[in-house]
Design a protein. Structure first.
Length: 154
C-alpha cells in the first residue's frame, strides 16, 4: 500500500520516498513495467553518468531508507523520470510512502480522502489550495497522485 504524505521538505526536493523493507522482486521485472526503463535510462544519460544502467541506479536507490527526488519544477521530463522511479521502487517496496512538498501538513486529511476515493482530483486541487500555494502545472504532479491512488488499497 502506498501512503501519500504531506511533507515539509527543504530545498527543491519534490518527493521523499520511505522505502519500507519487504522481500523484493527482481529489479529487471520491475524495470520492464511500463516505460520506467526508458525514462530512467534517459535520466542516467543526461544527469547520472556514474550509473551504468537503470538496474544499477535502482539497485542503489532500493538500498536506501529514504530517497529524495528533486526536479526543475517546470520540466515535464523531470516529472516523468520521477514517476518512473516511483513506479519501479514501488514494485520493489510495495509499502512505499511518498511525501509531497506542495501539500502542507494541514492538508494530509485531504490526501487521505483522495486516496480513499472520497475526493476527486479536482476537489483535492481546489481544497488544498494547490494553485495558490504551489502554482506549477497540476498535470506535472497528477500522475504521481494517480499512481498512488491506484496502488492504495482500502
Amino acid at each position: 500500500m502506498i501512503r501519500l504524505q504531506a511533507a515539509w521538505v527543504l530545498g527543491s526536493c519534490l518527493l521523499g520516498l520511505a522505502l519500507l523493507g519487504l522481500p523484493m522482486p527482481a529489479r529487471a521485472d520491475c524495470l520492464k513495467a511500463g516505460v520506467a526503463e526508458e525514462q530512467i535510462q534517459a535520466l542516467i544519460r543526461s544527469q547520472l553518468p556514474q550509473y551504468s544502467s537503470p538496474s544499477a541506479f535502482i539497485d542503489a536507490l532500493s538500498k536506501a531508507n529514504v530517497v529524495y527526488l528533486g526536479e526543475t519544477h517546470d520540466c515535464p521530463e523531470d516529472h516523468k523520470a520521477q514517476l518512473a522511479i516511483i513506479q519501479t521502487l514501488h514494485c520493489l517496496h510495495p509499502t512505499l510512502a511518498i511525501g509531497l512538498e506542495m501539500f502542507q501538513r494541514p492538508y494530509q486529511p485531504l490526501l487521505d480522502q483522495y486516496l480513499a476515493g472520497k475526493l476527486t482530483e479536482a476537489e483535492l486541487e481546489d481544497k488544498s489550495q494547490y494553485q495558490k500555494r504551489w502554482g506549477f502545472p497540476w498535470e506535472f504532479y497528477a500522475p504521481i497522485l494517480r499512481f498512488a491512488k491506484e496502488k492504495t488499497f482500502p
